[in-house]
Write a new protein. Sequence first.
Length: 320
Amino acid sequence: MRRSGSLVGVAVAASLSLGQAALAQDNLKLAVGARGVGETFVAELGQDAGIFKKHGLALDIFYTQGGGETIQVVISNAAHIGVAIGFLGTIGAYAKGAPVRVIGSTFTGGNQLFWYVRADSPIKSLKDAAGKTVAYSTNGSSTHTAVLALKKFTGVDFKLTQTGAAPGTYTQVLSGQIDVGWAGAPFGVDAVEQGKIRVVAKASDDPVLDRQTIRLLIANANEMKQRPDVFVRFMRAYREALAWVYSTPEGLAAYAKWASISEATAKRSLAEFLPKAAVDPDRISGVDDVIADAVTFKYIPAPLSKQQLDELIHIPERKQ
């Protein structure tokens, strides 16, 4: 009887210990730019699959209209981490003294962002868009950076117009309020396939932009200093969640459901618009070009020094 009682006591203690471990998950608030666009799926799908929980994290995820809005939320520490933030917007905020740090890349290159018109539009390319309204999401976002670069690259004087998130932009294009809309796979891919809209430009049309990292994972610097281990575990879980989506049937099915598209279209979106190399969180490319653009587009008055860049970019357990 004593032995049985002892075993019961051990079992109860073990149960309490497991319960306490479950309760001890660290909370992180994530602001994610433009749900349904690009790589914004990683945190939500990883959370649903239990991957972040496995790393002792509970994510509170909310979505914004775009990277420009997201970075403001991180600066105020209303969110600890921002997902899919424009690189230029991040540099501009840091240069002004904002407490932001780059903890990873979310997208490199220009495959994923594209600009489109209604099927019946006379516009065939941005060369035909002089004087026309061309959309971007929010100031400081990757779409803002890309459309500025495309305007410079094409030499066409079109009208940059802030339109918010991709779904609202799509409505404005179809209703004739905007001439050229922006989108990012998987959003808009099905409409292209159905012939409702036509692609007239991609961010990759500009070869300089196509080799740059354009969107980032950023953290509030003060929060990161107080809880460094939490951000290390976040990046471990983020990498694992990304690999799960790209390498398993379950991950692909979850991505298709999240994007409200068929698995065939989801597979095409990942392969054509979101290749795995482009979403590698450890890849930061074209920094010199990014800094030059930041000066050209007046995000910063002068280039950042090496010391400033080393302080700004701090990717936990970065894989080379």
